[in-house]
Design a protein around this ligand. Structure first.
Ligand code: KG4
Ligand code: ZN
Length: 364
């Protein structure tokens, strides 16, 4: 089963071909980061327009790269090549509506034109499947009961995964996502966009990680914002950026070294909160593995701390290859190849679902 995956939920236009859910034949990602950099964040109108411009070429390139004997000249790229694809999978949520709609429309059009099935995929669930795209990862069908942690620019959630295709949120951020907390801090520190990679890099140069005491972001038990989730499995990151703002106002850094120490302390607060809730979640069940996905899972310090807590719990830690941590379409095609996703007439009737959560099947 060879599936063409299409992803356009935020600021990356991506397409990939994956065989049997795990073997990546091609993965093409066009990132718009440079276009949004002057604005310090993703501008939805710019993102959407760029998806429209790029998506056709990115899809064609993914199919061409998937087959080493394919012609370089797109004009010679006829129906016979497209026919090697068995189905088209696409992200339908969560994400920016005006970005999602471009990928979904392209995928529907292509599936109709080729007469192949369409599969609608949840972007967060796909981030967790990304760990299984490593050749040395266990088979997702036999890995057993997993704890998932999805940490990206838009989401931070702990997800119970009893088996492939079953997802239930057991903890999450009540406000800002971890990636958002990094991005906002980098802006306040004048370090540029996106914030995660630059804070990760700058923090490595800091002499100490405890120069500033940032809040731990522990929600109060019983708070209505928890929506019934356990307080000790949830986090709140919004107070962190306010604390940083006040700190910078009262103690403006006098050197790059001081700025690095502030960045390191801030990163430590985010990573510490993620590691602490993870340690708690690992005590709830006899998990057989932990899968971590999303752009923030690239963070060096987070990887270090998660390694500590999973080692202490005796649970194998599964991390995605760096190229599959951020947004990509291999994770979309891969998850579809596991038999997960919306199929049949429901897929063709799908609308974009900007607020989709892990475990939701279809929501409009
Ligand atoms: O998964 P992703 O590519 O897109 C979303 O689905 O949101 O995640 C993007 C986020 C951004 O907020 C970015 O700052 C963050 O991932 N990020 C990092 C690192 N690399 C990317 N955060 C912390 N450390 C990093 N090394
Ligand atoms: Zn993502």
């Amino acid at each position: 089963m060879r599936i063409l995956g299409i992803e356009s939920s935020c600021d990356e236009t991506a397409a990939a071909v994956v065989e049997d859910g795990r073997r990546v034949l091609s993965s093409v990602v066009f990132t718009q980061i440079a276009m949004h950099q002057p604005y310090g964040g993703v501008v939805p109108e710019i993102a959407s327009r760029s998806h429209v411009e790029k998506i056709g070429g990115v899809i064609r390139e993914a199919v061409r790269q998937a087959f080493t004997d394919a012609p370089d000249d797109p004009a010679r790229f006829d129906d016979a090549w497209w026919d090697r694809i068995d189905a088209v999978a696409v992200t339908y949520g969560p994400g920016l509506a005006s970005s999602l709609i471009v990928g979904l429309a392209a995928a529907k059009g292509l599936a109709l034109r080729l007469g192949k099935p369409l599969i609608g995929i949840n972007h967060i669930e796909a981030h967790l499947h990304a760990v299984f795209l490593s050749p040395d990862a266990p088979d997702p069908r036999s890995v057993g009961h997993c704890l998932g942690l999805a940490v990206s620019g838009g989401h931070s959630s702990w997800i119970d995964m009893p088996e492939v295709g079953r997802y239930r949120i057991i903890g999450q951020t009540l406000d800002d996502a971890a990636g958002e907390a990094f991005d906002k801090a980098a802006k306040l520190l004048g370090l540029g966009y996106p914030g995660g990679p630059v804070i990760d890099r700058v923090a490595k140069q800091a002499a100490r990680r405890d120069a500033v005491a940032f809040p731990q972001g522990r929600p109060k038990p019983g708070s209505p914002a928890l929506g019934g989730l356990r307080a000790d499995l949830c986090v709140s990151f919004s107070g962190l950026k306010t604390a940083l703002m006040y700190h910078l106002r009262n103690h403006p850094p006098q050197s790059d070294a001081e700025r690095a120490e502030i960045a390191a302390a801030y990163q430590e607060a985010i990573v510490g909160a993620l590691a602490d809730r993870t340690a708690r979640a690992l005590r709830l069940n006899r998990y057989q593995a932990m899968a971590v996905g999303g752009g923030v899972s690239l963070n060096g310090r987070l990887r270090e701390r998660l390694r500590e807590v999973t080692d202490a719990a005796g649970v194998p830690l599964l991390l995605a290859l760096p190229k599959y941590c951020g947004d990509n379409a291999a994770m979309i095609a891969g998850l579809a190849g596991m038999g997960v996703g919306v199929t049949g007439p429901a897929a063709m009737a799908l609308d974009v679902a900007p607020s989709l959560e892990a475990g939701d099947s279809v929501c409009g």
